[in-house]
Design a protein around this ligand. Structure first.
Ligand code: SF4
Length: 249
């Protein structure tokens, strides 16, 4: 993937792991799988192996080489906490994030139990750094809400929720300990619809709990038709950005 990202809430992607397997309804139209499978069998292409999971050690030190400060989405093409990624490798990824501390990192997972457990053990050294944001995906009540509970239990200084694709009304849920919420609908072929009431309910709860709210998109089969205005406004709130650290030579 290129350094420049087209994801609305980040400006670079870093993929020291490639590939994943589906775990819950939010994965149904996984964009990473669609992209990766397009290149299966293309000799020499980074996704020659399609969406099969593998670590990419040659990518590990990439953020150390990026001298300009960036907001980096970690593993946009995988899930760092996938059961097939060894603990030692996840630790190496965390060590790079701690060392290249002029960037801000967004680590997003659906394997929230492992995130919690590792932040209590071999990743403890990384949890308290304000330039590393730890987040979970939430698509519905059954699979998504328990992940929020795991995240709250994790020793992280900045916690966020990526509520995308939002597939149903989440009802009232606990936002204590959460710093940032991103909401978005599904886009592309077969996109499942998202109702405005579901979004407004989350926005109200964010206001009440003083949680930054970012509305990404309505989505739909042709997402450009629907845009990202909510009641006529864009919502691009972010958690407080940490002060830039001195860049390393
Ligand atoms: S966890 Fe994420 S990357 Fe993995 S299959 Fe699901 S949507 Fe795709």
């Amino acid at each position: 993937m290129s350094i420049q990202s087209e994801i609305e809430w980040t400006d670079a992607t870093w993929n020291p792991v490639r590939g994943c397997t589906k775990i819950s309804p939010g994965c149904k139209h996984c964009y990473a799988e669609t992209f990766a499978e397009r290149f299966r069998g293309v000799k020499g292409h980074p996704y020659e192996l399609g969406f099969d999971l593998r670590t990419v050690p040659s990518k590990l030190e990439e953020p150390l080489r990026w001298k300009k400060r960036k907001l980096i989405f970690v593993n946009s093409m995988s899930d760092l906490f996938h059961e097939s990624v060894p603990d030692e490798y996840i630790q190496k990824v965390a060590e790079v994030m701690v060392a290249a501390n002029w960037h801000t990192y967004q680590v997003l997972t659906k394997r929230s139990g492992r995130l919690r457990d590792l932040l209590a053990s071999r990743l403890k050294f990384a949890g308290s750094h304000g330039h590393i944001w730890w987040g979970v995906s939430v698509e519905d009540q059954e699979y998504g809400l328990p992940r929020i509970e795991h995240l709250r239990q994790a020793g992280a200084s900045i916690r966020f929720l990526s509520i995308e694709p939002l597939l149903e009304d989440l009802g009232t849920f606990d936002l204590s300990g959460i710093d940032w919420v991103i909401v978005g609908g599904e886009s592309g072929p077969g996109a499942r619809p998202m109702k405005k009431d579901w979004v407004l309910s989350i926005q109200r709860q964010c206001r009440r709990n003083h949680v930054a709210f970012f509305f990404k998109q309505w989505g739909g089969v042709q997402k450009s038709k629907h845009g990202r205005l909510l009641n006529g406004k864009t919502y691009d709130e972010m958690p407080i950005m940490p002060k830039p650290a001195l860049m390393q030579a």
